[in-house]
Design a protein around this ligand. Sequence first.
Ligand SMILES: *Cc1c(COP(=O)(O)O)cnc(C)c1O
Length: 375
Amino acid sequence: MSTIDSLPLRDELRGKSPYGAPQLDVPVRLNTNENPYPLPEELVERIAERVTEAARRLNRYPDRDAVELRTELARYLTRTAGHRVGHAQVWAANGSNEVIQQLLQTFGGPGRTALGFEPSYSMHALISRGTGTGWLSGPRNADFTIDVEAAERAIAEHRPDVVFVCSPNNPTGTAVDEATVLRLYAAAQAARPEYGALVVVDEAYGEFSHHPSLLPLIEGRPTLVLSRTMSKAFGAAGLRLGYLAADPAVVDAVQLVRLPYHLSAVTQATALAALEHTDTLLGYVEQLKAERDRLVTGLRAAGCEVTPSDANFVQFGRFADSHEAWQALLAHGVLVRDNGVPGWLRVTAGTPEENDAFLEAVRAVTKDLKEKSER
Ligand SMILES: *Cc1c(COP(=O)(O)O)cnc(C)c1O
């Protein structure tokens, strides 16, 4: 057997690890920001109907441009995100990870760079690497907000082709305000006066935020792109459906790199069924927001520090050794995420029962760790 190092790998992939949140068999799994609620039964039945219809035509390629789906996604955004868009401003792919990959294939690539503000969603850097795009790590303040002045300097100095703004930010839960995005956009345009730079606002957790969507900012800003997903609020991580909203020219541009028929007929049918049940699914979002806030209160009561969260997860700490705390929670049957942010862990809001089990484990673990440190 050979190892991957004995293969003619691209240099930038040598010695690197793949994306990998542990998929462990643990009673309470709160580590990947999934929605804990299975889809409601009537939606499951509607999916079966729509997929059956699609199956009768599987001998044919699907609608390459997914126009019906993009129209429904546009309708959803118009209704919930405070700005009117049509299908010409919306593009869909297999998860927002594929949306981001297509954006980087189109606007990044060899000889170009992307900048993000870390800690943030690790896939921005990983997909950059996968597409041959150089990666630049920008600064954050101690409270995990973006240090705008330092960011403006970094953009002016490095002149990135793509800037990622994750709001609410994963793993910290931090929302980015409109004024910050506008300043970053202006800096990115000034640094690249000829064509401007692409600013990608990753709003994967937008539906969970206390703040309105940043969607209206795409108006009159041809290189501002909003990225969304059905993996979190829609409770459909298994579906693999992400989408973007931007100037129609951006939608035309990503078609230069998308694979033909990239969205299967089954995916399109399933996503359309889910969009028929938006109101029920957004009802779960309201419950999860309440649970998220209960986690914040419970964690603080247990003596933890908490980063204010606008997402369906909470960053908590601070631990002298976050990996030790992660391990101790695991021993109590609770799997959370160690994102490698020193001192901090991240927990996803689960069902009320799961959150109770988590909070109980936290109380036990913080008590143990405190006693240990006093010994
Ligand atoms: C979960 C997540 C996504 C979602 O990716 P999908 O490919 O749509 O499942 C995108 N961005 C961020 C910041 C995320 O945390």
